[in-house]
Design a protein around this ligand. Structure first.
Ligand code: GDP
Length: 195
């Protein structure tokens, strides 16, 4: 599978440090602890690729992984819980808004939300930047294994209803543990990256 070839390319604390803005890339955003690293690792069949961690709010960096010479995946910084320092939050806002609004090679945005806490203020901020840039959107409701099927589908429908007036948007259940939704995500990325 294509994503198995993903490898770490570089980390950037400012947009100016990002790799050249050519080819195309897909970015993953999610609040700390949403399950973003676990999702990236499962999608790429590599356990140590994105670092999973229980400590919220690590360094604010854009992490670039290359798939081939012209395609990339990007792990966007999350931030922790409500108590995050104002300085960290404003640095995060600067980096994220810059990236989401200016990056020409960005072909689509994956937003990961814990299925038990969807559409937080953090998520809404990211969705607003994505909408401003007319980015196709894939919302993954993570840790879907934590809910039974019925309640999980009810959350999916509710989130889809909330986002229905946006442009291209898809909402899916996802579980890294149960490997649920992996192929759906890969198909979506294939389309965005024209694989
Ligand atoms: P990140 O901070 O968004 O990168 O989140 P991580 O991938 O590090 O995961 C955060 C926590 O959620 C960890 O304790 C993971 O073990 C747990 N987690 C991640 N994916 C799943 C999943 O599919 N199901 C369940 N039940 N827990 C998960």
């Amino acid at each position: 599978p294509f994503y198995q070839g993903a490898r770490f390319l570089t980390a950037a604390t400012r947009l100016a440090q990002a790799p050249p803005d050519t080819g195309c890339e897909v970015a993953f955003a999610g609040r700390s602890n949403a399950g973003k690293s676990s999702a990236i690792n499962v999608l790429c069949h590599q356990n140590g690729l994105a670092r999973t961690s229980k400590t919220p709010g690590r360094t604010q960096q854009l992490i670039f992984f290359s798939l081939d010479e012209s395609r990339r995946l990007v792990d966007l910084p999350g931030y922790g819980y409500a108590k995050v320092a104002v300085a960290i939050k404003s640095q995060w806002q600067g980096l994220m808004s810059n990236y989401l609004q200016r990056r020409e090679s960005l072909a689509g945005l994956v937003v990961l939300m814990d299925i038990r806490h969807p559409l937080t203020e953090y998520d809404r901020q990211i969705l607003a930047w994505g909408e401003g840039s007319r980015l196709p959107l894939l919302v993954l409701l993570t840790k879907a294994d934590k809910l039974r099927r019925g309640p999980a589908l009810a959350v999916r429908d509710q989130v889809a209803r909330t986002l229905r007036d946006r442009g291209e948007v898809q909402v899916e259940l996802f579980s890294a543990f149960a490997r649920q939704g992996v192929e759906t995500v890969q198909h979506c990325l294939d389309r965005w990256l024209e694989i």
